[in-house]
Design a protein around this ligand. Structure first.
Ligand code: AQP
Length: 345
């Protein structure tokens, strides 16, 4: 059976990168997949604590994330929507997979390096700069593998930043099968067309929830005025080139805006999109981009407000409790096979 699994960290309200790179696809599966395809979406709170969070913030962000998932149109009757920490099988499988995952392979992952602010070529764990590296941040790709495998997912939609973790997951499946016999399907990566939406203030970095500059990202709950303001000051270039052209190498900021505009409309013909703005100034072009973003966010924003103002915490708790119970059943089916394979049962 086909099972689509994906997760998102409750580290703030999702931004346009999360939406175009992941969440938009999640909702579209509800229309494109047949009823027999299982859809499982997880708020990965155990991943969020790989950087220490204030308890009150984490609680608030989890609530905001669930509200956002409902506001973008995920239907809890069609998908399993749940919180990772409510299904302990994720952590149990992580331990088991940790015992067959090599630190050498993990040290070549790039995410912990970017969080520590060290270069991607940096391989050694013995260097001073890695002395403060926490075990959880280092090994979280193994938890991610467990998230996917505990539901025996066959397809995992993610942005490009997560692709190398999916490769690691497939390697871990290989190691598990070699040691204990076949239990898991080999999960395929589903890259969204919007693989990497870039930061508005530094187009060499991806748009990110935890980047310090709030102007670097558009939140799904930003007001129309805030979207206009952020796009207006988005870093483009000082090239005197007249007009709007698509050139990610020479004009990364401008090209990012062109891509955003195109992806919102489900298009990938970036040069063609740019040519439609021929003769416009950057100022007018940016206004058009802001309008397009605002139009696409309008229904999400109003649904978010409706849920917050009329449904309340009891409703959210019920959704997540029911989702987590379904997820626990799905995970337990796998864990019985895993424990048997290892001789734990
Ligand atoms: N800039 C992006 N462009 C396209 N896709 C993106 N994703 C994240 N940023 C972009 C995709 O969104 C999904 C959920 O990501 P996540 O919140 O679990 O973790 P992340 O990749 O670490 O996202 P952030 O926003 O950068 O969060 P922080 O700052 O907390 O680490 C994933 O499928 C991801 O690929």
């Amino acid at each position: 059976p086909k099972t689509i699994f994906s997760g998102i960290q409750p580290t703030g309200v999702p931004h346009l990168g999360n939406y175009l790179g992941a969440l938009k696809q999640w909702t579209s599966f509800q229309n494109t997949e047949t009823e027999s395809t299982k859809l499982i979406f997880c708020i990965v709170d155990l991943h969020a604590i790989t950087s220490p969070q204030k308890a009150s913030n984490l609680r608030q962000w989890k609530k905001e994330m669930l509200t956002t998932l409902l506001a973008i149109g995920l239907n809890p009757d069609r998908c399993i929507i749940f919180e990772q920490s409510r299904v302990p099988a994720h952590s149990e499988l992580m331990w088991i997979l940790s015992c067959i995952s090599s630190t050498g392979r993990l040290s070549r992952m790039t995410q912990w390096k970017s969080k520590l602010g060290i270069s991607e070529e940096h391989h050694s764990l013995e260097d001073k700069s890695t002395e403060t590296l926490k075990l959880g941040l280092f090994s979280y790709p193994v938890l991610q593998a467990a998230d996917i495998l505990v539901h025996r997912a066959t397809h995992v939609p993610v942005g490009e930043d997560q692709a190398q973790h999916l490769e690691l997951t497939r390697d871990i499946v290989g190691a598990f099968h070699h040691n204990y016999g076949k239990v898991f399907p080999l999960p395929a990566t589903l890259l969204s067309p919007a693989k990497r939406v870039m930061s508005l203030s530094d187009p060499t970095q991806k748009m990110s929830k935890s980047a310090p500059d709030p102007k670097s990202r558009i939140l799904l709950t930003d007001s129309p005025t805030s979207v206009q303001g952020k796009i207006k000051v988005a870093l483009t270039d000082s090239l005197e080139t007249y007009g709007i052209t698509y050139d990610p190498q020479k004009r990364p900021g401008l090209s990012n805006l062109i891509e955003i505009y195109a992806h919102i409309q489900g298009r990938e013909d970036f040069e063609h999109v740019a040519s439609e703005f021929e003769g416009l100034t950057k100022k007018v072009f940016k206004e058009r981009v802001a309008d397009c973003i605002n139009e696409s966010l309008e229904s999400i924003r109003s649904e978010y407000t409706r849920i917050t103002e009329t449904e309340g915490d009891g409703f959210l708790e019920k959704v997540v409790r029911e989702g987590s119970a379904k997820a626990a059943n799905s995970a337990e089916e796998t864990m019985v096979k895993v424990r048997e394979a290892l001789g734990l049962l």
